[in-house]
Design a binder for this molecule. Structure first.
Ligand code: GLU
Length: 551
């Protein structure tokens, strides 16, 4: 009996060879230097911040070289798979406008190298596993879970490296006849790779981010096909990245330790491995320590966090760009009108130790971006967000879109626009006092500052309403404010006040704070005159009267 017979026994229905598949998926016809990249998440129902960060790099590499960026659904771990997970991945990529050139959405396959869902590629993997068995580089293993567990315990006890290798790889030397008999008897088995590596020998590997790294050769007979017939990640990665013509693998650095296995697998197949970009872990500051962002502990590890809170997509991308390349911020400042897609990504300019992600920084980026939007743009984007996440904001916008836009427009169309909103879920908190029904129903804390005496407050409000109420022109209004101050004994000129504070009860700043707080409850708001203009005389008088009536 030969290896070929064993291969036929295991895969009697696999008739296509690896050459056949090479013909079905010929080498890509792309221009010189074009990069083929892929985002290859497992459908776990969670899109990690680190995943989007890798997808951005994939897209930049492909776009800047006229290459191809494709999405591969790595669903070989059926236990971890979740319904709707692929849809979430696709929706997230669409939302951030990082759409791959090739992908699969249910039965719809876009691209010539599909299916792009690994569980639908079983026959292809089987042809490659069959070939590995034929050339003697893969074999069935009948070791039970218990036996492997025992092996690990013994290796730990003897303080030797754990794993299925060398003398511990007991099924490696089983005769083909015995293996065939056991299979015919219906025994359960998996398929292992037969490594020819020597762990005492070292080889050099060039990671595009981390530079040259020395590794010991692989000598592990890793599992390449599980009992359910599906390949493991290692083997699927070999077959797919080979057939799909991947030139650059961008993946998390947790895969770095698998490099020796992958290099040996590519060598066994007799093809050149792709180039690797192992991206550093995304870290966060937690008190005094810097640690890895955790899916379990940190809500911001999930891409859904940013959508739910309503950060503009450009802000999220830009915040990730700042950790993707150290020179991005400088480039962006020099080219404020260019899109991040024009940026030349370089793996060398990636931190090799860890990328520190900072929500405060995201917030600043976001405030800048929102401050530069036109009122129409901000209205449209916040409305889109509100449709899914805030029925209250949706209602306010629908009730009177122009009024909403005018509120957003206060201190917007100017050289240094106001930067007080970082995400759409903060909008109501910033503008609620502009809506009577919110104003009336709210538990209010009036933030009076220097003038807190109720009688004095009432006097200012009454005098303002009786004599100085004027909202037709800002200069007129301002002169009225000064006259109000003069009448009540407050300095209308700050300079005079600073020189002789003892001559006055306070200054124009104190008086306007009273008018502002009585109207909005807050001592910090956008321009008071603009707020007054939008609210209009009737509503202002009503609010001031209410204050006046509080004993
Ligand atoms: N499916 C693997 C993961 O989710 C992908 C690793 C890779 O990109 O090769 O980690």
């Amino acid at each position: 009996m030969t290896n070929k017979d064993l291969a036929n026994l295991i895969f009697p229905n696999i008739t296509k060879t690896i050459e056949d598949y090479r013909k079905i998926y010929p080498a890509r016809n792309l221009s010189e230097g074009a990069k083929v990249t892929r985002f290859a998440p497992s459908p776990t129902g969670f899109v990690h911040l680190g995943g989007l960060y890798q997808a951005i790099i994939d897209m930049l590499l492909a776009k800047s070289s006229n290459g191809i960026f494709y999405l591969r659904n790595e669903d070989t771990d059926k236990v971890r798979e979740l319904d709707g997970a692929l849809k979430l991945i696709l929706d997230t990529l669409k939302y951030y406008q990082i759409m791959p050139n090739e992908y699969q959405d249910k039965d719809k396959v876009i691209g010539d190298y599909g299916p792009y869902t690994q569980s639908e590629r079983k026959e292809i993997y089987h042809a490659f596993i069959k070939y590995f068995i034929e050339i003697g580089r893969a074999y069935p293993c009948f070791c039970s879970k218990e036996k492997l567990e025992k092996l690990r315990e013994n290796q730990n006890r003897d303080k030797v490296r754990t794993g299925y290798y060398g003398k511990y790889a007991t099924c490696k030397n089983m005769s083909i006849e015995e293996a065939a008999d056991r299979i015919k008897n219906g025994e359960e088995y998996i398929i292992r790779f037969r490594s020819l590596g020597d762990n005492d020998k070292r080889f050099k590997f060039n990671d595009l981010v981390k530079g040259e790294i020395e590794f010991p050769e692989n000598d592990l007979d890793i599992v390449i096909m599980k009992a359910d017939g599906l390949p493991t990640y290692h083997f699927a990665h070999l077959v797919d990245d080979y057939l799909m013509g991947t030139t650059h693998v961008v993946r998390g650095e947790e895969w770095l330790s698998s490099v020796p296995v992958h290099i040996e697998l590519f060598k066994t197949l007799g093809v050149k491995p792709p180039k690797y970009i192992h991206t550093p872990l995304i870290m966060k500051k937690d008190g005094d320590i810097v640690r890895k962002i955790s899916k379990r502990k940190d809500p911001e590890a999930s891409m859904s966090y940013y959508k739910e809170h309503g950060y503009p997509i450009e802000a999220v991308i830009e915040s990730l760009m700042t950790i993707i390349n150290s020179n991005y911020e400088e480039w962006h400042t020099a080219n404020p009108d260019k899109s991040y897609l024009d940026f030349q990504y370089s793996p060398k300019k990636m931190s090799s130790s860890g990328a520190l992600y900072d929500l405060d920084k995201l917030s600043n980026i976001s405030k800048n971006i929102i401050s530069r939007m036109t009122k129409e743009e901000l209205c449209e984007k916040s409305y889109e967000w509100a449709e899914s996440y805030s029925s209250e904001l949706k209602r306010l916008i629908e009730q009177d879109k122009n009024y909403y836009m005018n509120i957003l427009n206060i201190e917007r169309e100017q050289k240094k626009p106001r930067k007080d909103i970082a995400k759409y879920d903060e909008i109501i908190d910033n503008i609620w006092y502009m809506y009577d029904e919110l104003f009336e129903n709210k538990e209010k804390a009036y933030e009076y500052q220097t003038i807190t005496d109720k009688e004095e407050i009432k006097k200012i409000l009454v005098t303002y309403m009786d004599k100085y109420f004027e909202l037709t022109d800002k200069d007129v209004w301002f002169n009225n404010m000064k006259a109000l101050c003069d009448e009540l004994g407050y300095a209308s000129n700050m300079k005079d006040y600073k020189q002789n504070p003892e001559n006055y009860k306070g200054s124009v700043a104190d008086v306007s704070t009273v008018l502002r707080v009585a109207l909005t409850t807050k001592c910090m708001t956008p321009d008071l005159y603009e707020i007054m203009k939008l609210l209009g005389k009737e509503r202002i008088e009503k609010r001031y009267h209410n204050i006046k009536n509080i004993s």
